[in-house]
Design a protein. Sequence first.
Lengths: 193, 199
Amino acid sequence: MTESEMTGNLFLFTNAAATATAEEKVKAEARLVERVREGDEEAFNEIYKIFAPMVHGIVLARVPLDEASDIVQEVFLAAYKNLHTLRDKNALGAWLAMIARNRATEFYRQAKPTEELPEELRGKDDSKTEAREILTAIRALPETYKETLILRLVEGMSGQEIAERCGLTPESARVNLHRGMKLLRSKLGIAEK
Amino acid sequence: MKEDYLWNKTGEDPEIERLENALAVFRYQETAPPALPAKIIPFERNTPRGFFRLAFAFAVCVAVAIISLGVWLQISSDKIEVVKDSTKTIAPLIAKKLVDETSVKKPNDSIVEKVKIQKQTAERKIIKVRKVVQPIVRQNKLIARNVEVKKPTVRLTKEEKFAYDQLMLALSITSSKFKLVRDKVEGVEMESIVRKNGQ
């Protein structure tokens, strides 16, 4: 067996293993949905633990920092109330992501116009200032890229996790990550190596 | 290695690591899940769909019933009008025709009287029909109390009406001829019986 054949086999094996794990996860999530439908609050808490970072990332890509955690709670409450409308139990992640996006849009409809504090009143925390600047640059990216990048860079999720949680294919998650990163680099003035 | 780090955090990419570390301050801080409503919402599957289906089916049934009732009322009223029209147009024609036929054959007085009697009975029958039909119409109107019954806007055309009258006339002439034949036969029989009795 040549080296390339061995590498190819290893790639196929890794890919198949990843797909199998993803399927198992989806099945487990579907079981959780069933349990919540039967009135099991513990199952709902588990769903919250699994998906809260993803929902937080999606919300953070759209609304001010201070509002994000409140909106995350609202998203899960709305999901609990409307869980009977979820047709495909295996698409819980994508469904939650959709609710999060809608809630974020709703926030801007209902919100009163506010102004952010000027730079001199915010305090001199350089690390936070830099972080804010990076976050602002990410938020300025197109919709598909900013969501994936925040989930990767802020929430620390891997590409595979992003794909699984948001109901994306691994290929599209990978493309979004790389294109988004390229745009972010050019925005921040970081040269590609 | 660079791309691997972005995808699955294997290898190294100091630039991405720096961004990650900087943005970590905004990372989700684990909080308690929201307090759920006290009353657990029943998770009924497809309840709204089922309800709408039933409602739609009911609405369709009602619509079909109303349409069929309307059509039936219209048809029945058309029939009544045709009968009414025929009483006006056919009766005098029958009488005229009968008189003409009897005058051509130069019948005796008894035959003319018989024809007159037949004419009267025919008119009475038509009047009876009219009287019988009217209560049915009233009943129909009572049944369809809430239904707006439209009077038929499309009626028979002149040609159709003429054709219909012609047909009715032909039928009435044939029936009257049959009656004449029957009366003659009966008359002959009666005469023969009288003769036989006389002898």
